[in-house]
Design a protein around this ligand. Structure first.
Ligand code: TYD
Length: 253
């Protein structure tokens, strides 16, 4: 295989130039980080699971007409995507209080919110992705008013889709984060869902037991992260047969 040119290496993924203009390749690593990379580990098979799960969610979004960057999965760890200009915001949608919202506002984790609440954080690791208001976003020119309307609509559509998909397999979608990017058709610009949608960027709780099936397992030392992600993948029928860890070659007579 030809060597790919690396564009960027993040905490959980590496981006390479794609085979054609306007494309990139996302490589999913096994690295897990939390608390702005203060806590780090390598979780065998996490990259494979997130690659498959993100493919599953993005394909579903395409089927219901929510534009996103996914083109096709290339192999167990890589997917081909449309390249886009990432809007420097982490867009968070919450259905139940948890994490920073619970800490900030003193609301018990798991409290159902009166309606989905959308929050924006400015994407800057050195600042710890601070929460910002639409005033900041407009004043600093991170996104236009039209962009914000489109972002809200994308975020709520992703929320409805993801909540339904998870509900069907007995999982509560507590909250999640998406990123969006700009693609250009000549002078025309539109926004698409980019990055990844996986248990790394969602809170997923088993409806019956409340068991956490997301990155909080790693953040809060609650057991095996790959077991939790495998459970999500199995319930969704995303990885029914294959193992995520490399197997030794078997000799065939
Ligand atoms: P939040 O509760 O704000 O932060 P934390 O995960 O540090 O407690 O996160 C809300 C949801 O958004 C949660 O599912 C994790 C996800 N998220 C990310 O994946 N990346 C981010 O940079 C942020 C801010 C949130």
């Amino acid at each position: 295989m030809a060597r790919r040119n690396k564009i960027y290496e993040g905490k959980a993924k590496i981006l390479y130039e794609g085979p054609e203009p306007g494309t990139i390749v996302q490589y999913f690593k096994d690295d897990a980080t939390a608390f702005n990379a203060e806590k780090k580990d390598v979780i065998d098979g996490k990259g494979v699971l997130n690659n498959m799960l993100s493919e599953y969610f993005m394909k579903g979004l395409t089927q219901i007409g929510v534009p996103n960057h996914f083109i096709k999965r290339l192999n167990m760890r890589e997917q081909l995507c449309k390249s886009c200009e990432i809007v420097p915001l982490e867009i968070i949608v919450r259905n139940y209080a948890a994490g920073t919202m619970s800490t900030r506002l003193g609301i018990d984790e798991g409290t159902q919110l009166p309606r989905p609440i959308v929050e924006y954080c400015y994407k800057d690791d050195s600042l710890g992705d601070p929460l910002v208001s639409e005033e900041h976003i407009a004043a600093f020119g991170w996104a236009s008013q039209q962009d914000m309307e489109d972002i809200l609509s994308l975020a709520l559509r992703v929320n409805d889709f993801m909540s339904g998909v998870m509900f069907a397999v007995g999982i509560k979608l507590v909250d999640f984060k998406i990123e969006v990017g700009r693609v250009y058709d000549g002078d025309f610009q539109r926004l698409i869902v980019a990055d990844e949608i996986s248990p790394d960027s969602c809170r997923l709780w088993d409806m019956e037991t409340g068991r956490k099936l997301d990155k909080d397992v790693f953040r809060r030392d609650l057991g095996s992260l790959s077991d939790a992600y495998t459970e999500v993948a199995n319930r969704l029928g995303v990885m029914p047969k294959t193992s995520t860890t490399p197997t030794k070659p078997t000799l065939v007579n």
